[in-house]
Structures are given as structure tokens and as C-alpha cells.
Design a protein around this ligand. Sequence first.
Ligand SMILES: O=C(O)[C@H](O)CO
Length: 383
Amino acid sequence: MRIVVAPDKFKNALDARSVGDALADGIRSVEADADISVVPMADGGEGTLDAAIAAGFAVSRVTVTGPLGAPVDAEFAQHATTAVIELARASGLSLVAPGHRDALGASSRGTGELIAAALAHGATSIILAVGGSASSDGGAGMLAALGARLLDAQGEPLPDGGGALRDLERIELDTLDPRLADTRFVLASDVDHVLLGPQGAASVFAPQKGASVAHVAQLELGLTRFARILRAELERRAPRDRVKDFAQHAGAGAAGGVGFAALAVLRALQRPGVDVVCELTRLRAHLAGADLVITGEGSLDAQSLGGKTPVGVLHAAATLGIPTVAVCGQSSLEESEWRAAGFSACYATIDRAPDRATSIRNARVYLTEIGAEIAAAVAARRD
Ligand SMILES: O=C(O)[C@H](O)CO
């Protein structure tokens, strides 16, 4: 029996590798000879770097400016001239203790510093995996770290953080790192949100970064100003008809608007994150000859069906006619929904636990049980 286990992380419980290993342990407890490939996956947000490293990319460590200004040790991954930068490693919300969240002050500067480090290592193709950020600065910090000048009415550099953007008067892009002109960027984002408005970066995501209602309003104002001034600067540099309204582009609102800066200034090509990760991990090669695929993520819901990891893996397996089983911490989908999506079965750890906290705490144990149950079901069908 050949089984490919290609899960995303179970947020707050286990990383993707641990989820896969727990399922594999369970399968082997029933089918000792099973040929199992564990392929840690991600949807373009957090976990993308781990997926690249698991796929053989080399790791480089750099000290960069953390989301609130203190230095953090971050990593990027590189293979030949392709680098994977995961924003969350430099500018992630997980780097900030819950009591210290500062939605106005947090910056994406460290992500720009990571990009600069990758350029110094010879990268000419950069996959920018964004999501899980502490910042809502529209990518202003990232651009500043790459040489852009963001100035206030007195011609002084703006302080870091989305809260300061309301004082932005001018952006100069002529000072950008010249290597960027010869670098191809792919934007792999965890969400498709636009930059502004009720579905934008400030309204939807800033509250989880510690923003009050008043902060959200201030951030929205600043991001609106930033988008307008940046667009004017881009129009100054290029014929007006070639400058798109990147603020409205899907993914522009990812990571507090870093998606916007990546699209507008780094000329990034936006791709569904899970497709990028499928390529990084060479998932299709792993799937060759498989009898079954197991995928999943912490919470399986309508958003998952919109193109998150489980569905990306499901589609890759379906093209080869391989059945796919979903495993999750909890699911809000009806059986008819996950079946209609194409999964042949769906298992949730919460179904084995008295409550959510226990489900998270004992995720490894439950996943091992689920792995055993899946293997037993396959064996029963075969015998
Ligand atoms: O970082 C964020 O703002 C969210 O994860 C959406 O990208």
C-alpha cells in the first residue's frame, strides 16, 4: 500500500510535519509495510518555509528587525537562485506576545530585510509567502528596507508602522535596490482580500493584531493615503495606462497590505499559495503510484474549499485518479459538502475528545488513532 500524507499544519496544535508523522505512525501500526511519503504542505502563508525546507531547500539565518523593532532571528530558504521568504518569520504576529500587540506600530520592515538578504545570496526569483503578520502597514516597512523613501510633510522619513501612514506625504522609489529590477517575485498569500474597505486589511485582520475600532479607522485612513500616493508615484514613473489599481487586486490585503506593495512595486505575480507549495514540494512526483492521499488542516470549513491546502492536494490527486481522505481538528462542513468537494472520507480529532482544548492538546495521539483507522478501512476494502 502506497500512501501520501500531505497535510497543512493544525494551527495551535502541530506543525505540518508532526501532523503527517502522527498519521504515518498510525498507518504503520496497522500496515507495517506501508510505503508512506509524508509531504508537509502549506497554503502560501505560515508553514511555506517549512514545506520548502522539507523539500530540500537550504536554510539561511539572518537577524532582522522584528515587527515591533527589536531584532529577531529569521530564516529564509534557497535552492539555486530561487528563495522562499516567509513573512511570518520576520514580521509575524506569533513573534509578539499577546499582551504586547501593537497594530499601529507593527511593521513589515524585517520582511524587506529578509528579501535584501536573499538578493545578497544571489536570489533572482523570490517566492514571498505572506500571512500571519503583526503589521498593517501596507508593506511600507518592507519597501523602506528595500530602499524606498517614505516621507512626511517636512521631508522626514516616516516612523515604522501603519499608524504613521496618515502622515505620509511623498514616496520615492528611485532609491529602491536596483537588484529588484531583475528579480521575479511570486506572491503566495493566505487570503484573497483587497487592500481597503470592509473586506480590506485593516477591517478584517487588524483587530486580531490588537487594533481597537479607532485604530482600524486610523489604519484604513493611512492605507488609503499610502495607496493613493504610491499610485501617483508609479504613474509618474510609468505611462498612466500601465498602472493598475493594485489596491483592488485579490491578495492586496494579505499580511496587512504587504500583498499590495508586492504587487504594485515588486511586480509580483500572485498565485494561489497552495499551487506554489505543490510545485515546491514536487507533490505530483510523490503522488505517482499512490493508492491513497491523506491531507487536512486544523479547521476544515467553507474557506478550505475555496482553495486552501486540502483542496489543492485533493485536486492534484484527483487528476491522477487517487482517492483523498481529509483529516482535521474540527470541521464545519456537512458530509454532503466534503463529499461534493471530492473527499472520500473525513476524520476530525474533536470527535475523539471531550472538548476543543483536549482535542488540541492530544492532537498527536488522536491523529495516530485516525491514521490507524484509515489504514484499517483501506485494508478491509482490499481483503
Ligand atoms: O497577516 C494577515 O493579515 C492575515 O494572515 C491575512 O493575510
